[in-house]
Structure formats: structure tokens, C-alpha cells
Ligand binder design. Sequence first.
Ligand code: MET
Ligand SMILES: [Zn+2]
Length: 796
Amino acid sequence: MRVLSANLGFPRMGANRELKRQVEAFWSGKVTDSALLKVVNELRKDHWVLQKNQLGLDIVPSNDFSLYDQVLDQAFTVGAIPKRYRDVFIKNDDLLPSALEGNMLSTYFAMARGYQQFPTEGSNLPVIDLEAMEMKKWFDTNYHYIVPEFDPTQQFKLTCNKFLEEYKQAKSFGIETRPVLIGPVSLLLLGKASPNSPADFAPIQLLERLLPVYEEIVKHLAEAGARSVQFDEPCLVQDLDSKISQSYHEAYSCLSMAAKKSSAEPIKIQLTTYFGNIVPNLAFIFPNLPIDGLHIDLVRAPQQFETVLSAAEKHPTLQLSIGIINGRNIWKTDLSAAFDMVKKAVAVLGTDRVIVTPSCSLLHTPHSLDAETELNPDVKDWLAFSVEKIKEIVLLTKAANNGIDSIKDELEANQRSIQTRRTSPKIHNPAVQERLKSIDHDMIRRRSTFDKRWEKQQEIFKLPDFPTTTIGSFPQTGEVRKARAAFKRGDISQEEYNKFINEEIKKCIQLQEKNDIDVIVHGEFERTDMVEFFGEHLEGYAFTKNGWVQSYGSRCVKPPIIYGDVYRPKPITVEVAKYAQSLTKKPLKGMLTGPVTMLQWSFVRDDQHHKPTTQQLALAIRDEVTDLEAAGINIIQIDEPALREGLPLRHSEWKEYLDWSVDCFLLASCSVADTTQIHTHMCYSDFYDIIDAISCMDADVITIENSRSDLKFLGAESFTYPNEIGPGIYDIHSPRIPSKEEMEHRLKEMLKRLKRNSIWVNPDCGLKTRKWNEVDLALKNMTEVAKKFRTMGYQV
Ligand code: MET
Ligand SMILES: [Zn+2]
């Protein structure tokens, strides 16, 4: 037998985001479900044909496709459909293992996105208002999954046969696939107890009840002729209670039995881990978890190679799938170095026990480089998206089987690209590197402690108690987007565009003054996106035309690429800030994106640690801060909404990350005088477990999302915060106008925990998704609440 090549999952959006378009058209009622499913079938077929017939991959995945999310698919498949959706959509006889169409499709999308029915008067249809299920970040990626809900009385039942239909569909095109499913233990660990469950209930207690459904899945696939099945168990790279080891044994013993019973040639079970090191949980797997294959991520955790290899060696039949092509980033692989790893695995295990693969599903990289006609050719030559990554896998497999000479030309070209990238002056900028060396302790500390700064700032700004402000952006209306597009196309000149933006700024400032907001913002109309805007003004960044990656459901993001040493050639926001300040006597807050967020929301360099890359970003922002201050902007906000996202998966690594990321924020913010007030802003996650690190950032003021998560932030028992803080008093994601009463209630809650003179009054996040009239009414209410608290002298 020879070394095989495999993929663990292919991006499902399609080369031109066909899936997004079609699903959204279905949601808005423009296409029927059968039209949707027809397009989806075509798309799946294209992806199989591409991987198998055009690129020559040995093992092609099926059921990696999803209309929304693969975790939701699996919960749905095993019948974990919360009662509130079941009650509305499902008649009992629906619950045969059926295809994802008709009523089942409506249920599925209601779970993903919520469902509302407000019948017109006189109709006897009931009012239905179902919220979507919770969404969470998929490990440390920017993909979000739907969190399954489990009830203590949960009954499982094979409800949906999508996994089988997809397998059969591929087979009907002559393509043998390996179905992918979320494994039973990770499915339960990733889920949560449904509301009102007893406090001691944990979904993993349901394992025994869940396993028969997985046995059925294995049986169906075996009967249909599948030779192997991939169970994803990414939880194995996390800190796990040793009791979970028992769960893994129970689960995989059961699945292995089912596989053995299944047919003359038992279907093989591959356990798949990714995003980290499994060595701390090695005892869960070795010596005797009854599996046929194991996948490990050797890009994120190369240090596990030796240990896992020698454990695998003792397991005489185990196939090891070595994830050596980065599924999370967009760089070309050094094929020579990767081939050394293949050789090493083959030397220990022999050719028939090694499979060459990407580190994880390719869901997290864009489709292909073909569409990138405008990228700088040097940079483009350093990149590999999903299609190119599969080509690399196929090449490495060929080299393993036929000798390295069989890929001589490709290897030479590859080594040339790798070498050029290593030495390119586009990437390596001696001045930037020198500057990094000059970072010293004084550069990452404010000149005085907060108390001293506070006194000086009080005197200058003379802000009232409960000062009001907003987070930065104001409505990005269709007009704003249109003007930007026209400018990009060259239909309007720079001057015309600037004039348009200046008018928006004027309107925005007038609205804030009318509503008596104390600290004014300019509205961020010139920005499409808070990371892209700054990236476009920095050296070392590249932008793709079509480098979309799924974020959640039909939503995709196009992360910019940091390819080289980063610096700021010239001021970015100073002119706009000066113009905005000239329109008001109140202090204007300059608005910047912080270095850690710039890093987290970009594709980043893999030729150096994240820390120096972030330090470079921090120095670029620091230059901007210094220039803003010199231009008379004395309040500057540096947003860090993504700080929490970068936390490593294992607790033991948190401190190292928090130390350097906090230092990078300090590096960006500490050039200023005591009299300059630094703000920061965070949102999108729970922050209380890193509140000490946030305090160390020493911003004079932090505004933080709080209402969406229903005061969770303040709920933590030990909550304290040393400087000033504005926990959001209303959720900006909804078009509804927040009432004064609800904002008063939130402010009163804050007063129980925080010093009266440390509280700011502001929304949860930026207002770019709202309409002007909504913003006007909401801010009016907000200021009235702040004023009431000032005069009534509330103190709890
Ligand atoms: C995701 S945080 C957004 C902060 C930014 N200043 C805004 O107001 O939109
Ligand atoms: Zn925000």
C-alpha cells in the first residue's frame, strides 16, 4: 500500500460565494427550497469533482458541506432539536430520518436564525417569535458555530440523513468519499444545558443515550459502502477533566463494535483532532482506544510529532494522518520541510500507515487564488488558498510514493518562492526591525499613575459626572456605501468624495451636539471596516479581491494579509480628526483600531511569532496617537474588541499571550502626556475572566459591551475596575429604541459596583448598523438618563 492524500473539509461557499447568494435568496423568499437544493447539489458536485478528478486527491470528504453550520447539522442529525422549535414546526411523523428539505429545512433555519410570524389582524394564525440558538466562536478561529442545547430528559433519534445522502450523491458521480461528522464526545462538550436544567446537569451525562444514534450512523454508512468515516473530536486539544477519558473510551468502543458488525470489510474509524497538541490528553487515546486512524495538527503543534509517532508505532494497525499543510493561513508550504515530516512518519510507520493532509478543515482558508488578478505578483507567489493547498498535498504524496525526483520541477519552483519570500526586501525592513529593538520599559508606561492623570484631565475637560459618549461609528447608510463605491470606481473625484464625507461628519456632529453628548466622535464614514481601513494605510499589508472565509451562516469576511514588516508611511486620521474638531467646541475623540485587533482579524505572517508582528502594528498606531495629540486631539480611543479572541486554547498559555498583548496596547497608547485621555473599547465576548489583564492596559476610560450580554460583565462577584469605565447601557444590534427606564435600571446596577465618578454613559458598540432616526432617539434617551442621574445625585 502507498501513502494516501486526504482532505478533512473543503470551504463550502463556492468560488464566487454561490452558497451565500442562494441561501440568502431562499431566506428572502426569492427562491424555493428545491431551487436552493438544486444549486447546493451542483456546488457539492463541483467540489468533489475538483478535489478528486481535477486535483487527484485520494480521500475526499463528504458531509463537510453545510447550509449553515456543521455543528448545527450534527445536533439536528441526532435529533437535538429544542422543544420550542419542535413545537412550532415538527409533527411526529416528520421525525423519520429524512432529508433536509421542506419542514425540516424550516426547523433547521429557525434554529440557526430565529423565526418570526406576526399575522395581520383578523388572521387566526398564531404569533410566533422564536430566537435563534446561541452562537459561539469555533475554538480560536473566526468561524462561529451554533451551540447545541441538551435537556436532561433529552431523547436522541436519527432525524436527518444528510450524511448518508451526501455520501450516496458523491458515489452516484463515481466519487468515493469519506463522510465527516462531529464526534459524539465533542458534540456534547461543545453543547450547553438547556435553560432550567438542574445545576448539576452536564450534557456529557447523555453520552450513553446518544451513542445508539451514532451506531446507526456507522451502520448506514457501512451498508452504503463507505470504507471509512471521519469523526472530528477537536475537544481533545483542550484542557479536559481526566473523567472525559472514560467518555472517549465508551464512545469509541461502541463505534468500533458497530463498525465491526457492519459488513464483511469493517468501515474504518478515524479520530480527528486539530488546533493544538493532544499530548496532554494522550492517555485518552493510547494505548487502546479502538480506532483505525488518528489525525493530528502538526502545523499548530509540531512538538507533538515524536511522541504521537512513537505511540502510534506501538499500535500495529493505526493509520496516522499528518496535518502538515496549514488549514488556517494562506501561505505556500515549504514542500522540502514538509516532505521531511512525511519521510519521518513513513520511516516509523511504513507507507501504508501514513496519510498526508491539511492541519484542519480548509473551511478557514479562501477558495482559490485564481480570482486574485490584482494582487501584487510577488505576494501572490507566496500564497496558497484551498485549491493550491490540495495541490501541495497531492505533490507531497506523490513524492512519498514515487521519490522526490517525481516532483522535481514543482519542488524547484516551490523552493524559489520560499527563498524569495525569506529574503524579499518587500518583507524585511531593517528600519522597522531596528525600531523594535529600541522598545523599552518607559515606552510601555504612562508618565504618571492614573490618579495623577485623572486630576489633570478633570481640570482640562471639565466633564460632568456620568459623561456621555458613543463608540465611534455612525450610520453607514446606502448613500455612504454608494459614494465609496463610486469613488473606488473613479466615477467621482477625491475632492467630491471628501466633500461628501465632510458633510456626513457635519451631520453626525450636529446630531451629537443636539443631544448634548459630551465627548464627540466624527462617525467613521470614511471606513469600510475598522481593520481594513488602517491596513490600507500601512505598509506590509495586502488585500485580496475574493479571499472570503465563512464567519457564520452565510456571512463571510475577507481578512487582509500581513505579509511584511509593518509601518505607517504617513498620518492616517489626523486630517479628518482636525476637521471634525473644528466643527465643535466639545472635545473630539480620535478613533483608532488597536494592534491586537489588527492582528486577530488579519491573515498573519507565519515567519515570525505574533508578538513582533503586533509590536510593529503597535508602533504604527503609536505614531498615529502621537500625531493626533500634536494636532490637538486630546482624547483618543484605541479599540481592542478582539483582545479576548486571541486567548490560547489551553489555560497554561494564557499568561504569555496576555502579557505581550497588553504590552502592545501600552506601546500603542503610552506616548502621550498625562493630560491626554486614552480610551479603549471591547465587545463581542465575555471579559470578566481577563479583567485583570484589561486593568493592566491602563486606559483612562474603557467602554465595554454589557447590555447584549445582560450585565454579565458586572455580574461577576469579584468585579472591580481601577480606572473609568462605560459599560454599554443599550444593545446596538437591534432597531428598537431603548427606553429610559431600562437604561436607568442598568445604570443603577452599575452604581452598586462602581464608583459614581468613574462611570461613563454610552451604548454597547458602534452605531454603524443603525438608522439615523434610531440613533437620534436612542441618544436622546441616553443623555436624558445621564442628566437625571447627575441632578438626583444617585448613590446606592
Ligand atoms: C467592533 S468594535 C467597533 C468599534 C468602532 N469604533 C465602531 O464604533 O464601530
Ligand atoms: Zn464594539
